[in-house]
Design a protein around this ligand. Structure first.
Ligand SMILES: [Fe+2]
Ligand SMILES: [Fe+2]
Length: 258
């Protein structure tokens, strides 16, 4: 069959013609874009790392004023993560708590030495100054849009609230206290009791666990205390491993070395 020239298929010269020069330029463009994208991601990760590190250093500065080594806040991070996992939180949320928990006392940076380091019991007006540290901490962490710092601000503000509503600063009670604050309160209590302080020696694990049991439903969420007491050997093993490995606080970002 003859096809008249005006009805013959027209060859699409634009799409069918391979131009090695244009192709080379396009591939270079793709490579450049990939490199730029990678550099941008690395820069964002670096900013995020620097942001976290600045806050950890602030937490460390607050902590080393009454715990010279600062190991308490590192243990706190890993113990809080472990308790969160035992309670059933997902690994991402638990890892966020690992990084948020060490900031619980960051507000102590604003408490004068005369109060923070006083060896004896505090007078009522000194106690009132000391009890400002949750709000000072929440103020330092601010109204961030970053979920980690929002969690850290919650922890700083609520770690001295009590399950029975007699805590501070807002006398929250029960599940009105954020879960992050309830979890951190338990590991903070246990870890602080089992470490040496300038004014007393560490309590034994058994004594500290007995004191924790006594506060079940008083200071602390009874369900969370039960989980802690049901998995005590795992927490003690983790704490002892941290004491042996002595990880730097930067391990809070990446996790414990295997
Ligand atoms: Fe505190
Ligand atoms: Fe603490």
């Amino acid at each position: 069959m003859n096809i008249a020239p005006e009805h013959a298929p027209v060859e699409d010269t634009e799409s069918n013609c391979f131009d090695p020069k244009a192709f080379g330029q396009m591939m270079r463009l793709v490579t450049d874009l990939r490199r730029l994208y990678q550099e941008r991601n690395e820069a964002l990760q670096e900013v995020s790392r620097a942001h976290h590190e600045a806050l950890f250093r602030l937490a460390l500065a607050a902590e080393t004023r009454d715990d010279e080594t600062g190991v308490h806040i590192v243990r706190m991070g890993f113990l809080a993560e472990a308790l969160a996992r035992e309670v059933g939180l997902g690994s991402d949320e638990a890892a966020m708590l690992r990084q948020a928990a060490p900031l619980h006392d960051v507000g102590k940076i604003g408490i004068p030495d005369g109060v923070l380091k006083k060896p004896g019991p505090l007078l009522a007006e000194e106690r009132a100054v000391m009890d400002q540290h949750p709000q000072l901490g929440a103020g330092i962490l601010g109204q961030s849009r970053i979920p980690l710092f929002r969690m850290a601000a919650d922890v700083a503000l609520t770690h001295h609230e009590r399950w029975d509503g007699t805590g501070y600063p807002h006398r929250l009670s029960g599940e009105g206290i954020p879960l992050s604050g309830r979890l951190v309160a338990i590991v903070d209590f246990f870890d602080a009791l089992t470490m040496d302080r300038c004014y007393r020696k560490a309590f034994s694990d058994e004594t500290a666990l007995g004191m924790l049991r006594e506060q079940r439903g008083r200071a602390f969420d009874p369900r969370l205390v039960d989980v802690f007491l049901g998995a005590t050997p795992r927490f003690i093993e983790l704490r002892d491993r941290i004491n042996t490995v002595q990880p730097r606080f930067t391990a809070l970002q990446e996790g414990l070395p295997a």
